[in-house]
Design a protein around this ligand. Sequence first.
Ligand code: 1S3
Length: 621
Amino acid sequence: MATKAKLKKESEETISIKPREQKKPMLMEIAWEVCNQVGGIYTVIRSKVPSMVEEWGENYCLVGPYFPNTAMIEFEPIADLDESPFGKTVKKMQEMGFDAHYGRWLVTGKPKIVLLDFKALLKNTNDYKFKLWERHQISTLNAEPLVDQVIALGEMIRVFLTEFGETYGYKNDIVAHFHEWMAATALIDIRTDNVPISTVFTTHATMLGRYIAGNEADFYEKLSGYDWDIEAKNYGIEAQAKIERLAAQKSHVLTTVSDVTAKECEVFFGRTCDLILPNGLNVTRFAATHEFQNLHMKYKEKIHQFVMGHFFQSYSWDLDNTLYFFTSGRYEFRNKGYDLTLEALKRLNFKLVQAGIDTTVVMFIITKNPVHSIDPEVLQSRAVMEEIRQTCESIEKQIGEHLFHASASNDDPNLPDLNEFVDEYWRLRLRRTIQTWKTKKLPHTVTHLLKQPDDITDYLKETNLLNHEQDRVKFVYHPDFISPTNPLFGMEYSQFVRGCHLGVFPSYYEPWGYTPLECVVRGIPTVTSDLSGFGDFIMQLMKDYDNVGVYVVNRKTKNFDKAADQLAEILYKFVTMNRRDRIMQRNRVENISEIFDWTNLRSYYDTAHDLALKRKGVTRM
Ligand code: 1S3
């Protein structure tokens, strides 16, 4: 990989500089998603913590926004501000009248964290906006409300970093690592003010890339010809695009998460990325391989329960001959490849019916779109099925007790007629419950009452993929993320992933893409695309990726129709694989998970921080 060669050169240069007497450097990672889960950046930061704490110890601190509801759960204040430069700076800020909090983030690794409550600053937003325009020519006219919050938080981060430098004493040995434009106005300011802090900026997607790719065909073909300024005006995102661009240009070290996004950075930021920082996870592997296979069985059983409650009210089939596919992520119909996934599944359904294959595929689409509530009919069906189960358990108990008595008091070794052991009440109750449950209606394709139809429901309707009995591919569109409190699944997302057979993520725009990686580390095969950072990374890393259980759809070279064909073929092959081969494939995919452990991938971050210090003339000890 070109990037790796570059990395190596930089670190050799770094080593050749003689270390001078100095304190150990300080590292702060700053992001909107510190202690504030919005999307993938939260996963990057949170999962990386143990590895970062291992390297930086008490010299590491995270900085993010203070939101009381999240802080209540994830944040533990340090009551008496300690004597560390972080504690002292927060104290200073409090004395200046800012609402700054210092403590520990209650995640694995328990790092130090500073949370800044910017609420009180929102009333001054117009002044900050004027300053942004005056100093950096960033226009915030008609910008979305998030921009106001970002600017207010940025002002607090600026004060914090400037004060931190004063408290700690500038020795050019402080690194501030900013993630994404939402944390980046402070970077622009401290660079303009010449605050002697080394800065790293990581973009996890470009604003323009996300917008254009989501709306226009041939984004990648046209990429080199886009004018960032015209497009930013076009999409009404001038403020966001300019903040991002200036942060990228002014940082000492510019990084992104994949080679795919690095190309966008060149076009939209006018600067080449210094380094690529691939995303990892905290990988926990079991001593015995069969452990994760057992977990697959355990959680598959839970999904069976959902499927019975959801579908068997209308008709039933053999659950032992059923495969669970899923896709999940932010609701970006084109970018996340939901359009391609649906089209390929339509073709798969046709192929399976044509070939007379009796395997059933249940496709779960897990994303988030505005809903009123869970559909009461869906809940009702599940509840009645639970009643059937309870009735069966009562009958089972009754039979058991009667059978024991009959057997103990009878000399006849033959099994008595078990029917005699169930009394009329339970027979009737079971029959009535089953009768009230069964319906001729088709099983719902959507589990919730959506506020309005969307591209997914439109597609299912237009193509008549409405869970007909003869369809081999069934759909469950769940427009909310899965959580243990959700009454339909009652499981964690990670458990749901384990219970499935295949994750399908053929994204069109995906700087990295955690979803396929989350499958890999749980030993679940997955589909990705060569336009996603993860897909591109795996293709550079190994040749036989599909044999390992990572299938890549070639969206770079294939148009939508051909890519849909390729995906349908991949899915068809997967469906027709035998159970033994699927088990072996799960072992193989789980086997590569260690590559993505932060203990291996943190080194990319180390290089970025070393380089940032080096560009200020410091060598990390
Ligand atoms: C971004 O989150 P997204 O889903 O909006 O950042 C993630 C973390 O780097 C990345 O995995 C994803 O591709 C980006 O799109």
